[in-house]
Ligand binder design. Structure first.
Ligand SMILES: [Zn+2]
Length: 273
C-alpha cells in the first residue's frame, strides 16, 4: 500500500504519461490530387476536385525513435502517378528520406514503426524501415501478409522487405514505451486493423494522429465513410468510440490527409514537445 502511494505520488509529480523529452516532427509525405471527391464522400460533391496531403511523423522518446506512417513512395519524386482509374493523381515534392536527413536522422536510427493501415499511401516508404520493429494489429497483419493483400487495396511490393523485420502483432491498444506517452489505439473499419496514435506531449498536450478515420474535416463533421472502405458499420462504430475518447481526453485531432489543417501545423524541422 505504502509503495502504491509512493508510486502514485511520483506519477503526480512527474506528470505520469508525459515524457519531458518527447518530441513530434511532422513531415509532408506526398500530395493527392482528387478529381472526383465523391470517392471519399459517396453522393456528395460528385465530380468536384480537392487536394489532399500525405503526412508522416517522427516521435523521439528517450527509449527510441518511432516513425508513424511512411507516405507515398519517395520514388514518385519528380513523377506523377494516376490511381483509382484516374480519379486520383499522386505526387511527391519532398522525399521522406530528405526530410529525415535534414534533421540528421537515418532510417536505421528508427527503432519502431507504426503504420495506421496498409494502403499504399501509408506504406510507400515502409521498406526503408525494415530494421525497425513493426507494430501491427492482428487483423491488418492477416490481410497484408496473407494470400490476397490486393483484395484489401494493399500493394505488397511497397512492404515486401518487412518479411524479415521484427513484427509485434497487436490485439488492441498498445503503450509503446510503457509510460503512457505514446499509445497505439485500435480503430478498425477503414481497413481490418486500422489504428491511430495518441502522443502525449508535455507542452502541447495530447495529439491524436488519426490515420484515415477521416480524410478531411467535412467528412469528420458529417461522419462520412469513403467508397473504398473495408467495413462501414465497424467504421461508424469506431468513429463513435474515438470521438468519445477525444472529447474525454481533450486531445487535438489531426486529420493526416487534410491539406487545410496541415497548413496550420508546424512541419519539420520545427517540432512539437
Ligand atoms: Zn491514406
Amino acid at each position: 500500500m505504502k509503495y502504491l502511494f509512493i508510486l502514485l505520488s511520483a506519477c503526480l509529480l512527474s506528470a505520469c504519461g508525459k515524457s519531458p523529452s518527447l518530441t513530434l516532427h511532422v513531415f509532408e509525405c506526398g500530395q493527392v490530387n482528387v478529381h472526383d471527391i465523391s470517392l471519399f464522400s459517396p453522393g456528395v460533391n460528385e465530380g468536384g476536385a480537392k487536394e489532399l496531403t500525405g503526412s508522416c511523423y517522427l516521435i523521439q522518446h528517450p527509449k527510441g525513435k518511432m516513425i508513424w506512417d511512411t507516405g507515398l513512395p519517395d520514388a514518385l519524386a519528380g513523377n506523377q502517378a494516376d490511381a483509382f482509374g484516374g480519379k486520383l493523381t499522386l505526387s511527391v515534392n519532398n522525399t521522406l528520406s530528405d526530410q529525415l536527413a535534414a534533421i540528421n536522422v537515418k532510417p536505421e536510427d528508427i527503432k519502431y514503426m507504426g503504420i495506421s493501415h496498409f494502403h499504399g499511401d501509408h506504406t510507400g516508404n515502409a521498406n526503408l524501415f525494415k530494421h525497425s520493429q513493426l507494430f501491427i494489429q492482428q487483423a491488418e497483419y492477416d490481410a497484408a501478409f496473407g494470400e490476397t493483400p490486393e483484395k484489401f487495396g494493399f500493394n505488397p511490393a511497397s512492404y515486401n522487405a518487412l518479411d524479415t523485420s521484427k513484427i509485434t502483432i497487436l490485439k488492441g491498444d498498445h503503450d509503446v514505451f510503457a509510460d503512457g506517452s505514446v499509445i497505439i489505439k485500435t480503430a478498425p473499419g477503414h481497413t481490418p486493423g486500422h489504428q491511430m496514435l495518441l502522443v502525449n506531449l508535455e507542452n502541447e498536450g495530447p495529439i491524436m494522429l488519426s490515420g484515415d478515420l477521416y480524410h478531411f474535416t467535412s467528412n469528420r463533421e458529417h461522419r462520412r465513410v469513403p467508397a473504398f472502405n473495408f467495413d462501414k458499420p465497424q467504421t461508424l462504430k469506431t468513429m463513435e468510440m474515438i470521438e468519445t475518447f477525444v472529447k474525454d481526453s481533450g486531445a487535438q485531432f489531426w486529420i493526416q490527409h487534410d491539406k487545410e489543417q496541415n497548413a496550420l501545423i508546424r512541419h519539420s524541422p520545427s517540432f512539437y514537445n
